[in-house]
Write a protein that binds this ligand. Structure first.
Ligand code: NAD
Ligand code: DAO
Ligand code: ZN
Length: 368
């Protein structure tokens, strides 16, 4: 079939909206009509050329929602008409990783997904017979996509696509890091470094579980108002403090119970660890730093009881947890509407990247 997509022909160039050829679903695969997609920082990271694993030409996008329009042979858990969110972290429920119950990093299709290919080693997208690569196994900047059944979460049919697409990455990453990775408890003190599309979701989840002090840290003073609306109790701008770690330690009688780095800056990752309370403070790295970057601290920070941990996709098991997060949104337990600051057509997708670069948007959503 033919479909419309925004093509990343090469790093650093704007996306080009074109008609592409898409082969239909094979065994264990489904065809999805994407109805809406968010534009995430990670799409920009790859498009900019900074991502060493970036492959071009490709169709980017990994934060979508849509409807199943066809299924290949042997598909059992999905049918035509199902409303779904495609998953860049699949959940096969059979691999060593899934069966361990210790991680959400299913490896069933990891090697081909990382090469921009479907599990059988082929690309389903092409233009004039020339293959165009998939991205993160999702490629939601195309109006139609083919994805493996294990990389699809089935969601309720009354959830609005233009909102719940954000659960495909940003919401789940932030909310999941609090609930599934850190397991923040009521009464805890929390510091959140970076109040963008991820950090604001960390804040709302911390409030949801009953955290006491929720301290937000950002260089951009314009982020304070929105963060307070989502539950932040204290705002610190590193520009106003000689030593941001000391400022947090003083505010919290010795340090926070939990901190979250939502920027991708290795210096800030160190600050996030070192503002944690001696004996039990836990710091979660969510931000993705540039390739080859390294983190450092004095080992004594860990010897004296602080823990350093990372979180991918919020530690969520996509097929199991994403439908629950959609329910929380529909029940009014989490706020997505106020985080979606801009709505665009596919033809306007490059404007979405410009808004992100200028720090003017939290989330831009493209509606097909
Ligand atoms: P964003 O650009 O929307 O937000 C980042 C915020 O950090 C901005 O408000 C900015 O002003 C602030 N900031 C920048 N430098 C700072 C500093 N030195 N001190 C304090 N504040 C600073 O980005 P986002 O969409 O929220 O993504 C955040 C990070 O999370 C990115 O690295 C992204 O790639 C990563 N990410 C990780 C996962 C995962 O599964 N681990 C998933 C999605 C995104
Ligand atoms: O299993 O090795 C693996 C791949 C894990 C991918 C996790 C991605 C999380 C960070 C990237 C940001 C996504 C938007
Ligand atoms: Zn698996």
């Amino acid at each position: 079939m033919k479909t419309k997509a925004a093509i990343a022909w090469k790093a650093g160039a704007p996306l080009s909206v074109e008609e592409v050829d898409l082969d239909g679903p094979r065994a264990g695969e489904v065809l999805i009509e994407v109805k809406a997609t968010g534009i995430c920082h990670t799409d920009y990271y790859t498009l900019s050329g900074a991502d060493p694993e970036g492959i071009f030409p490709a169709i980017l996008g990994h934060e979508g929602a849509g409807v199943v329009v066809d299924v290949g042979p042997d598909v059992r858990s999905l049918k035509k008409g199902d409303h779904v969110i495609p998953l860049y972290t699949p959940e096969c429920r059979q691999c060593k990783f899934c069966l361990s119950r210790k991680t959400n990093l299913c490896q069933a299709i990891r090697s081909t997904q990382g090469k921009g290919l479907m599990p059988d080693g082929s690309s389903r997208f092409s233009i004039g017979g020339k293959p165009i690569f998939h991205y993160m196994g999702t490629s939601t900047f195309a109006n139609h996509i083919v994805v493996p059944e294990i990389a699809v979460a089935k969601i309720r049919s009354d959830a609005p696509f233009d909102k719940v697409c954000y659960i495909g990455c940003g919401v789940t990453t932030g909310v999941g890091a609090v609930l599934f990775t850190a397991k923040v408890e009521a009464g805890a003190t929390v510091a959140v470094f970076g109040l963008g599309g991820i950090g604001l979701n960390v804040i709302q989840a911390a409030k949801m579980v009953g955290a006491d002090k929720i301290i937000g840290i950002d260089l951009n003073p314009a982020r304070e108002e929105m963060a307070r609306k989502f539950g932040m109790t204290h705002f610190l701008n590193p520009k106003d403090h000689e030593n941001i770690v000391d400022a947090i330690v003083q505010l919290t009688d010795g340090g926070v119970d939990y901190s979250f780095e939502c920027i991708g800056n290795t210096k800030v990752m160190r600050q996030a660890l070192e503002c944690c309370h001696k004996g039990w403070g836990k710091s979660i790295i969510i931000g993705v730093a540039e390739a080859g970057a390294e983190i450092s601290t004095r080992p004594f920070q860990l010897v004296t009881g602080r823990e350093w941990k990372g979180s991918a996709f919020g530690g969520a098991r996509g097929r199991t947890d994403v439908p629950k997060i959609v329910d929380w949104y529909m029940e009014g337990k989490i706020n997505i509407d106020d985080l979606i600051t801009h709505k665009l057509s596919l033809d306007q997708i490059n404007e979405g990247f410009d808004l992100m670069k200028r720090g003017e948007s939290i989330r831009s959503v493209v509606m097909y």
